[in-house]
Every structure is written in structure tokens, then in C-alpha cells.
Design a binder for this molecule. Structure first.
Ligand code: PA5
Length: 443
């Protein structure tokens, strides 16, 4: 944590490591708030020992046999962001535009918004392709995915017939409750269960994330193995536990007035790691008038937009940079005999070396500008390391929220917008709220 040295004293950090170790023990002994939602802690080991990956593989093979080349994955929040993050991080950035033959279907996401244009454009694509659908909702009642699923289900049934539609739709939902569970039982869909004790934002290593990631063609066993290694490292009641270190430092900095944490990456493929991380930390910690506000940037592009604020704006920021040590591809900048662009000083260097120097230069500048720097690094961007990152951030989140003194596993604040939306849309049962909100809007 060298990037924090000038902001905290050793003794302060030690004190917070002590707090983090106490929080870890509350998490391990399951004695804290929300302790009925700790099923995610041992998902890597339990899932590797189960038949879940084989069941996902059976669906992948079945759909490949049918020639499916587009899978619409419907879900929102924790039922969406983990899979989206992994697919973005692991896929060729321009893969769909390349002429090479595709071996895996394209994955597109729906049900994460209520935009009519988005859904219409997604259906434009569906009409041109051989389609299947994975619908994911733990509660089975969330409005956004339910609306998207009604539209996609009707389309698939009209196009392929109801019987074949049942082979092209898979549901991931609660074992017993919710509209999606009853609908899926009635239609005879293949389905996967999200256990009661795993909350949405901690569910990427359940079928919620693993099924779409496998359908996209990626090795989920390797992902689970990476997560398992991290499960072991982050379970140690020791000062060198990486989740303890991260949770300790971010809470110490928060108490020194650093109210906003920015997750930074110099790899565009990690944009959705930032989105997943923001949901994990925002929903877990932002409550009871407390919590670090999670933000994210992708550099170097955002240095040309947010860079000014980070360097010079209000001094409430800390940054955590996720570094990928080795790039997959190699590209050297050549010398140019005319050197009209003045870039010959870079001749012979890899583009990634420039990226690394940009990162180092940025971090040093931000330290000088009063922004403490934390670092998380992985060797390369693959399934194994992504699995490790998922688990690391989840474990650190649980510890961090307990240091902060909040229940990491509920999200009472999310209900407020839903109540208003239902009242405005005149949902049965909301008559009183509808009257009240209409009166309020007249004023
Ligand atoms: O983390 C959470 O619990 C939430 O973000 C949920 O994942 C999100 O609200 C979607 O809920 P559901 O899967 O019940 O449709």
C-alpha cells in the first residue's frame, strides 16, 4: 500500500488492520448482521465439488447443436453485472465485427433498463439470429427483467412454437418463490436455483454468472479455481490477508475524509469490473447515512475527462487501481524515418509499456495531488484471475461493511424508487400511494 504512505501513519493502519481482523472473525463465525446471507463465502469450493458446471455444459452443448448464435441474458443488478463484466473482460473487443467463424453464441443483455429503444433494437438483432434466452431473477418479481422477459418469451414462442421455446429458455431463480419460479415450472423450462443464502450482488459464482459465462465460451472451472485460491487467502486470520488489508486501508482513508473511492483500470476490457464493483460496494455499504461512494474510471481515456477533477478538485478521493501485469497481445511502435509526429523516442517500445508508464505517472501525480493510491494486480486477464478478483472484492466488501458498522447484505434503499414507480404506473394494491403521488405532482 505504498501509495498511501504519505496519507496514513503506521500505527493508524495497524489499528484498522485490527478492526478488519475482528470484522473477519464476525464474518467467519457468522455472528454479524445479515448472517443468513453468507452462502457466497464457500461457493468456489462447494461449486467445484458439485455437478453445476456439468449442468451448464449440457445446456451449452444443446444450444450449439441447435445452432443458437444469440443468447439474450435477462437480469438486472446482481443478476446481470457479474456475467456482463466477465464476458466483456474475456472477449475480443471487436470479435463480433471480425469475419472469423464464431464458436460460441453472442451474449447480449436485456432487462437491465426500461428503455423502449434498447429493447426494440435488441429485438431487431434477435430477428436476424438463432435465439435462446437465459432469464435470471432471484426474487422472480423484479419489474425490469420481467418486462423484457415477457417480450422475449412471446417472440421465441411465436417464432419456434411453445414446445421448442421451452428448450430455448432457461430460468435462474429462487427454489420456491416468485413469479418466475411458477412460470418456469408451468412451462417446463430447465432451471437453476439461486440459494436463499446468496444475495444478488454476491452471486456471480452461482449459475447467475457461471451459466452465461460458460455459454459465451469461457472456462468457468478455471474461474472457480482462481476464486478458490482467493477463498483460501482471504480466509486467513492474518495481517497479510489481502481482503483484510484492503478493507482496513479504505476504511482508514474514509475516516480521514476520503469519502469517494474510484476504481481505476488502464484496460478498457475492465470497464464492467468497475460497474460490478460499484454495485457490490454501493449497495452493501451505502446505508444508515454512511458509506464510501464508489465510482470508476477507465484510463487513459478518462484522464481526458475526469483527470482534472481527480488531480485538482475537492480532496475527498482515494483510488484503487486494478493492474493487469501482462497483456495478451504484442504490438511494438516502429521507428519512422521522417518522424513528423515526433514519436521516435517511443520506437521499439511496446504500446503496453507506454500504458504502464501512463499508469505510474498518473499514480504519482495523484499522490502529489492528495489522492491516496491502493493497488490490486493480476498477472493477466483470464478466467482464473477474474475469479480471484470477484472473490477478493466480495470478501473485502463483507469485512469493510462490518468495520463501517452496516449490514452488507440488505438493500432497503432500493425499494423507494420501486414504490413510486408502481404508484405512478397504477399497480393494483398501490391505490393509496397513487392518489398521494398524483397530489404531490400537482403542487
Ligand atoms: O444485489 C442485489 O440483491 C440486487 O442488486 C439484485 O440482484 C437486483 O435487484 C435484482 O434482483 P432479482 O435477481 O431478484 O431480480
Amino acid at each position: 500500500m505504498g501509495g498511501c504512505n504519505s496519507f496514513v501513519k503506521d500505527a493508524e493502519y495497524k489499528e484498522y488492520v485490527g478492526k478488519a481482523l475482528s470484522a473477519l472473525s464476525v464474518l467467519e463465525n457468522e455472528t454479524g448482521a445479515g448472517n443468513d446471507f453468507l452462502g457466497w463465502k464457500h461457493l468456489p469450493s462447494l461449486t467445484l465439488a458439485s455437478r453445476l458446471v456439468d449442468s451448464c455444459e449440457a445446456i451449452r452443448k444443446d444450444w450449439l447443436t441447435k445452432g443458437v448464435d444469440l443468447v439474450v441474458v435477462i437480469g438486472i443488478g446482481g443478476s446481470y453485472l457479474g456475467a456482463k463484466c466477465a464476458v466483456e473482460a474475456l472477449s475480443h473487443t471487436f470479435g463480433r465485427s471480425l469475419s472469423a467463424k464464431k464458436v460460441a453464441p453472442e451474449i447480449v443483455f436485456a432487462g437491465n433498463n426500461l428503455s423502449e429503444d434498447y429493447l426494440c433494437e435488441m429485438m431487431d438483432l434477435a430477428r436476424e439470429r438463432n435465439v435462446a434466452c437465459v432469464v435470471i431473477s432471484k426474487s422472480g418479481t423484479t419489474t425490469e427483467p420481467a418486462v423484457a422477459f415477457r417480450i422475449v418469451k412471446q417472440y421465441i414462442e411465436q417464432r419456434y412454437g411453445r414446445e421448442e421455446a421451452a428448450q430455448r429458455i432457461v430460468a435462474v431463480t429462487d427454489a420456491k418463490r416468485g413469479a418466475l419460479k411458477s412460470l418456469s415450472d408451468q412451462e417446463g423450462y430447465r432451471s437453476f436455483v439461486i440459494e436463499d443464502n446468496v444475495g444478488g450482488r454476491f452471486s456471480v459464482l452461482t449459475p447467475v454468472g457461471l451459466l452465461p459465462i460458460m455459454l459465451a465460451g469461457y472456462d468457468v472451472k478455471a474461474m472457480l479455481k482462481g476464486a478458490l485460491e482467493m477463498e483460501q487467502a482471504c480466509g486467513r486470520p492474518a495481517e497479510n490477508n489481502p481482503a483484510v488489508q484492503y478493507a482496513a486501508m479504505r476504511n482508514l482513508l474514509y475516516n480521514k475524509g476520503k469519502k469517494v473511492e474510484i476504481l481505476v483500470s488502464f484496460q478498457p476490457k475492465l470497464q464492467y469490473l468497475g460497474e460490478w464493483w460499484k454495485q457490490l460496494y454501493g449497495e452493501s455499504e451505502g446505508k444508515d447515512g454512511k458509506g464510501i461512494f464508489p465510482a470508476s474510471v477507465i484510463c487513459t481515456t478518462d484522464l481526458h475527462s475526469m483527470g482534472q477533477y481527480i488531480q485538482d478538485g475537492e480532496r475527498i478521493l482515494m483510488e484503487t487501481t486494478v493492474t493487469v501485469n501482462n497483456s495478451e497481445r504484442s504490438l511494438v511502435i516502429e521507428s519512422d524515418s521522417q518522424n513528423l509526429d515526433g514519436l521516435n523516442f517511443l520506437a521499439g517500445k511496446h504500446v503496453e509499456e507506454c500504458n504502464r508508464m501512463a499508469q505510474l505517472g498518473t499514480q504519482l501525480a495523484h499522490i502529489d495531488g492528495g489522492v491516496p493510491q491502493m493497488n490490486v494486480s493480476v498477472d493477466k486477464l483470464d478466467e482464473f484471475n477474474l475469479g480471484g478478483l470477484f472473490y477478493f472484492f466480495e470478501k473485502a466488501c463483507g469485512i469493510s461493511a462490518y468495520i463501517l458498522g452496516v449490514n452488507p447484505f440488505n438493500q432497503p434503499g432500493v425499494e423507494a424508487y420501486k414504490k413510486n414507480m408502481f404508484a405512478l404506473l397504477e399497480k393494483p394494491g398501490y391505490e393509496e400511494q397513487t392518489r398521494a403521488i398524483q397530489e404531490r405532482l400537482k403542487k
